[in-house]
Design a protein around this ligand. Structure first.
Ligand code: PLP
Length: 646
């Protein structure tokens, strides 16, 4: 079975060599700044090389003796050239990682180690914060190799990626790959001709031999981390991810009909391009799919059950057969983890060590902090200062999980402002930072990416409905904040004309009150957070404040794909007020023993508002996506219901 192997071609000195190596299929190129190296380049030469390459192709700077050169100089060079990571040889200051972070340096740091024999392999567990080690021969750059099997031993005590270098060439790279089972290989002299230039035939032969050998690697050891290795013995059947085509939308410009697109500062376009191509590659890569499938099963608890809610059906006086899709049973208590797991693995794959997110009520922040802890990423969560105050338990959760929570004092100091601030951070630190958006909103490719990661909900609903009822459901309901649980539940059924789709918005104090979150029912097309979609606006076109008792639905926009489905009539909208949602929490708790999130309660409340033809027909199969559990809402519930009634 195959597993991806990254190929780094190092010691690039000219734009011509860089283009040759990129065309041959290299994943990363290395430029050397070490003063004594014969492959040394100047900053200007390195920048010209960087600029000649597609943004998704990593350029890694190789430095010697960070102790003497000082981390600051290295970081300044990295910024000036636009490096995607730095690789350090020789003496490493013990506090390098903390000083790197202190200097605001968010790029991954790779450490090169020279090995002769087993005794020369240091304890790698001390290299916390190091994204990758490069195991090299005894005298780096000399073309001598080390016993490759040491790389497999190193894996037992190092969670980052392991690359192998030292004396590799087209003839021995296959043996090295099979023996070392590394995440990547690194070569400089083995692909050069006598005059020290990269030789086209050797470059192509090297890439070809390495990739062919990777086909034979056991896939149990995943490239992402040793964690995947430990959890290789899944007791559940892994889902097949991304088997269905993404469909025609979004189009090449990231548009869903009239909606979506990219309305962002120019500086973000390359980063969004890089993200899109990285995701398209990952989606097609069996190793990424398997790593994600394993975490979704063994860590998050997929598949979630589809539960027949008999007593709820009776209480509603409905003839239709009502099922609940139990996303509330997912780890961290909501569907959000489907998205953050996928984006976390993507960040790892892109070599980004810093993982930032925005959050409103804190649910997405908690899911992001969870995944960052799991995968060893550094997590920063932006949260409106008002939300920090209101959502103290989730702030505490994020901190316990090791994330830094940054309160945002701008605007109304809520989700919209946190999202602006996260985008600003990303613009500034784009090279080493991954921005994990929490809903199917934002600039292209986020609505596509988040939908692809959430659509497993609807795929499971289809399978489970076939198993329980022998056919697809007649209707699927989901609450709509930004729209991720809804598009996740709906996407499988968009082309199934027999399945009616209902998006349930927050009616707050009532749709006529001006205090609600019903962007599809009451909004107009406008631009927020980088994309065009339905938006709550005042008469001057200013973004209006949303209101809902459930923080997750308290957002003035909605993702572009739902906007499009709504505009074309494929999606019908319903709504539920704060009071109706509160009553639905109690109804579900009393009749099924399930305490659901206030967001999800909107979808339960909307069951009563379904067309009578559906509700009164005993053959109807209706599925409600129960997006999350209610523990987080206990404070709100206690103050609204006085701890018990009705
Ligand atoms: C965040 C959240 C929502 C709203 O977000 P969507 O992107 O619209 O799904 C709904 N339900 C729960 C439980 C949430 O945590």
């Amino acid at each position: 079975m195959s597993r991806p192997l990254r190929i780094k071609l190092c010691g690039i000195r000219t734009v011509e060599d860089a283009r040759l190596c990129a065309a041959a299929g290299a994943d990363e190129l290395g430029v050397v700044f070490a003063p004594r190296s014969k492959r040394r380049v100047s900053i200007a030469e390195a920048r010209a090389i960087r600029e000649s390459l597609p943004p998704a192709l990593g350029v890694i700077g190789v430095f010697q003796d960070a102790v003497f050169d000082g981390p600051e100089g290295i970081f300044a060079t990295a910024r000036e050239v636009g490096l995607s990571a730095v690789q350090l040889h020789g003496a490493i200051p013990p506090d390098l990682f903390s000083s790197a972070l202190g200097a605001g340096f968010p790029l991954p740091i790779y450490i090169a180690l020279q090995l002769t024999d087993r005794a020369s392999l240091p304890d790698l567990s001390s290299l916390r914060g190091c994204a990758r080690v490069l195991l090299d021969g005894p005298r780096g750059g000399s073309g001598e190799s080390f016993p490759w099997a040491l790389a497999r031993e190193a894996r037992a005590h190092f969670r980052g990626a392991i690359f192998v270098a030292g004396g590799l060439n087209p003839d021995n790279v296959a043996a090295a790959v099979l023996d070392a089972q590394p995440d990547g290989v690194d070569v400089a002299s083995g692909i050069e001709n006598a005059s020290g230039r990269k030789d086209p035939a050797l470059v192509r032969a090297f890439v070809h031999a390495a990739k062919a050998a990777a086909q034979d690697l056991p896939r149990e050891i995943s490239r992402a981390s040793a964690h995947d290795q430990e959890s290789a013995m899944s007791t559940r059947e892994l889902p097949e991810l991304f088997t269905s085509d993404p469909g025609p939308l979004p189009d090449a410009r990231g548009r869903f009909g009239a909606f979506g697109g990219r309305f962002v500062p120019e500086t973000l376009i390359p980063a969004l391009d890089e993200l899109e191509s990285a995701f398209r590659e990952a989606r097609a890569d069996p190793a990424y799919r398997e790593a994600l499938a394993r975490l979704l099963c063994d860590y998050a608890g997929r598949p979630t059950p589809l539960f027949r809610a008999n007593r709820l059906q009776t209480a509603l006086g409905a003839a239709a057969r009502i099922y609940l899709k139990r996303e509330d049973l997912l780890h961290t208590g909501a569907h959000k983890l489907n998205n953050t797991l996928g984006q976390g693995l993507l960040a790892k794959r892109m070599g980004k060590q810093r993982f930032i997110a925005e959050t409103g009520a804190g649910q997405h922040g908690v899911a992001s902090a969870t995944v960052a802890a799991l995968l060893g990423l550094d997590c920063v969560v932006y949260m409106g200062a008002e939300d920090v105050r209101r959502q103290a338990p989730n702030v505490a959760r994020m901190k316990l999980l090791g994330a830094e929570v940054r309160p945002v004092e701008a605007g109304a100091r809520t989700l919209k402002d946190a999202m602006n601030e996260a985008l600003r951070d990303w613009v500034t630190n784009v090279r080493g930072t991954y921005y994990c958006i929490g809903s199917a909103a934002g600039p292209h490719p986020y609505p596509l990416l988040v939908r692809e990661l959430q659509k497993i909900i609807g795929e499971e609903i289809a399978q489970q409905s076939l198993a329980h009822e022998g056919r697809l459901p007649d209707a699927v309901l989901a609450c709509v904040g930004g729209g991720s649980n809804a598009i996740g539940a709906f996407h499988r059924f968009i082309a199934e004309s027999s399945v009616q789709l209902f998006g349930v918005e927050a009616a707050g104090h009532g749709l006529g009150s001006g205090k609600h979150g019903a962007s599809m029912a009451r909004g107009k097309p406008g631009i927020l957070h980088g994309s065009l979609s339905y938006l709550l606006q005042d008469d001057d076109g200013q973004v209006a404040e949303a209101h809902s008792i459930s923080a997750g639905l308290d957002y003035p926009g909605v993702g572009p794909e739902l906007s499009h489905l709504c505009a074309t009539g494929r999606l019908q909208t319903l709504s539920a007020t704060d009071d109706e949602a509160l009553a639905a929490v109690t109804l579900l708790a009393r009749h099924e023993g399930i305490l659901c999130a206030l967001e999800s309660a909107h979808a339960i409340a909307a069951l009563r508002k379904l067309p009578r033809a559906l509700l009164d027909d005993p053959r109807s199969v209706v599925v409600v996506n129960l997006s999350g559990r209610g523990d987080k809402d206990l404070g709100t519930l206690i103050s609204a219901l006085g701890g018990g009634a009705p």
